[in-house]
Ligand binder design. Structure first.
Ligand code: M6R
Length: 613
């Protein structure tokens, strides 16, 4: 989704804007641009390019701007094709105002006709250009006033950052629904779509709420209410993430680096939520929340994409260990299904970014219906983290690759610990049983490390299969969601078609696909309730000469006999098995994608943080 950066200070603005945009690249984009102002008010210097930020940098190479303020944007097309003309920033009719935008202006057609009647000429097909003309039409020397008036006319959801030619030392921004974070520096200030763009410069941030307006100068950050200009006192938060965490280091891709960071993510999660005694504690939850969860009648787990797969595992966990009836939903369906929720229910929202529009809308719907809401979120200070009644953080650190990997493992372990904790609160599990689980959980970081160290079998299977255009993934029980996840991972980064299925359902349809050309990835860890059933399903595939690739527990001869390729994992308890089976699936997808020369970190058409519904 679009990424925004704004800067005002004493340094050369262009390199700061470009670096900020590079840190926003992971959000997904098709074009990029900047506009900046030099102190002599001679007018905006605008540079935009279709394609990667590298193209924009190449065009800017050697161009002296001497600007100390500016705005920049990476665009993910909604209205109008990806092109240089449609790239942001957009200028008003007389070039007095420049605007970048993330979101959608729903009444743009009506506003455009009105502005055309008043003589505005449009250069692009974007909804954003409407905002640029509108703000400029209200501009009489006060950018803030013009933006407020324009915002009152705009329907939809948005984050705008704008500058006026006559006010070179001022950057203004406002938001409704889409995220904006202010970075507070010394003699300089920033605004951006998320903290990763600010990390190279400052870790002091202010999260803007909906319908807030901010004015930045070199020395000041003034936040006020959009509707009436009333000042708002904001807290300055300190971000714990480091800039280095958001860089690739020696790895060829962020995705691979993030897969290898997983042992550390699991270790951090255990250190945070498991006490020295082996018990589990969620200290961020207050007594009211704990009491509610203890008595809750039902749990709804709501999320999108990979986080939805974690939610499906969560459903099994809450039912098995906390004995609470639980439903798992895709956020975009939940919101429109008029869900039957009572005040006694708990709605759990899982999200890496904390900004996914569908999940945010679902959260608001659940709150409207009176449920107690709890968010399991990776990005601190994100909108969902702020709006939920309670938050449990996953401790994955910044995840930049579009394909979610370390955030997923963080979600799986956090959910497992949380379900056991709720089981303890509800007296469904004894503390000694919980200690048994955490003893096994403490071995997971090393077990994941072991899988990462023995990935030759993944390489050879990928080498044999990377030209295949169609894969089937099968699993049962706790590993059924991972069949969906393995298929999602493969299709999103390699563009091969892949389908995840509950293995028991194979005979009800997908078995028709099986012949000697069909690769079928079977998740079959030992010691699960459905292990022997999985073996039978594999026999059925072999009988039809399908190519079986299995993920199995070390030394499992029965599985080896049935499989063309085996990815071995260490033994663990069934509830933790998805944490181990996910890892070879990630490596397999990564390897197939790189053999096909795909853009692994920024696959086509995808965005890291999906801020439109
Ligand atoms: O930030 P979120 O966890 O809410 O994102 C949800 C999905 O958009 C995300 O998991 C997506 O499916 C990833 N590309 C999967 O790898």
């Amino acid at each position: 989704m679009c990424g925004i950066i704004g800067y005002v200070g004493g340094r050369e603005a262009v390199p700061i804007l470009i670096k900020g945009l590079e840190h926003l690249e992971y959000r997904g984009y098709d074009s990029a641009g900047i506009a900046c102002l030099s102190p002599d008010c001679s007018g905006f210097f605008v540079c935009k390019e279709q394609g990667k930020i590298g193209e924009l940098k190449a065009r800017l190479n050697g161009v002296p701007t001497q600007a100390n303020s500016g705005i920049g944007h990476t665009r993910w097309a909604t209205h109008g094709a990806p092109s240089k003309t449609n790239a942001h920033p957009h200028l008003g009719q007389n070039g007095r105002v420049a605007v970048v935008h993330n979101g959608i202006i729903e009444n743009y057609a009506e506003l455009k006709s009105e502005l055309k009647r008043k003589g505005c000429c449009f250069k692009s097909d974007t909804d954003t250009e409407v905002a640029a003309h509108l703000i400029e039409s209200y501009y009489h020397g006060d950018l803030g006033g013009a933006m407020r008036r324009a915002a009152a006319r705009i329907q939809g959801f948005f984050a705008f950052v704008a500058m006026a030619k006559a006010e070179p030392n001022r950057v203004c921004a406002l938001k409704r629904s889409n995220p904006l974070v202010v970075g507070v520096g010394k003699g300089e200030n920033f605004v951006a779509s998320d903290v990763s763009a600010l990390l190279p410069y400052t870790n002091k941030v202010m999260y803007l709420e909906d319908d807030e307006f901010v004015e930045l100068t070199r020395e000041c950050v003034n936040v006020s209410r959009l509707k009436d200009g009333k000042p708002v006192r904001k807290q300055i938060a300190t971000v714990s993430w480091k800039a280095e965490e958001a860089s690739k280091g020696d790895f060829p891709h962020f995705m691979l680096k993030e897969i290898f960071e997983q042992p550390a993510v699991l270790r951090r999660t255990l250190q945070t939520y498991v006490k020295k005694t082996g018990g589990i504690a969620f200290d961020t939850l207050d007594r009211k929340v704990k009491d509610h969860v203890k008595r809750t009648g039902k749990i709804f787990v709501v999320s999108c994409g990979t986080a939805y797969h974690a939610g499906l595992v969560g459903r099994y966990l809450f039912e098995a260990y906390a004995r609470v009836p639980t439903e798992a939903h895709v956020s975009s369906e939940f919101r429109y299904s008029d869900p039957i929720i009572s005040k006694n229910d708990t709605a759990v929202f899982i999200t890496q970014s904390g900004e996914t529009a569908d999940t945010l809308a679902a959260l608001r719907e659940a709150k409207r219906k009176g449920a107690r809401t709890l968010a399991i979120v990776n990005v601190a200070g994100s909108t969902i983290a702020r709006e939920a009644d309670a938050v449990v953080y996953t401790l994955a650190g910044p995840e930049i690759g579009v394909a979610s990997t370390k955030a997923y493992l963080g979600q799986l372990l956090t959910l497992a610990l949380f379900a056991l904790y709720v089981g303890g609160l509800r007296k469904r599990l004894s503390q000694s049983a919980i200690r048994g689980f955490t003893r096994e959980a403490s071995k997971l970081p090393d077990k994941v490390r072991e899988i990462l160290g023995t990935s030759e079998s993944v390489d050879s299977a990928a080498g044999a299969l990377f030209t295949k255009g169609n894969f089937l993934f099968l699993g049962r029980g706790y590993n059924f969601p991972n069949a969906l996840e393995g298929a999602l991972k493969l299709k999103e980064i390699s563009y091969a078609h892949a389908h995840g299925y509950a293995a028991g359902e194979m005979k009800h349809g997908p078995i028709a696909l099986i012949d000697e050309t069909q690769p079928v990835v079977c998740l079959v860890p030992k010691g699960t309730k459905t292990y022997t059933k999985m073996l039978s399903n594999m026999e059925e595939i072999l009988a039809r000469r399908g190519i079986i690739i299995s993920i199995a527990t070390k030394g499992d001869r029965a599985v080896q006999r049935l499989s063309r390729h085996v990815f071995w994992i260490p033994d663990t308890l069934e509830i933790f098995s998805p944490i181990l089976t996910a890892v070879p699936l990630q490596l397999f997808a990564y390897k197939i994608a790189t053999l096909n020369h795909r853009d692994v970190d920024q696959p086509r058409n995808l965005a890291k943080s999906v801020t439109v519904e």
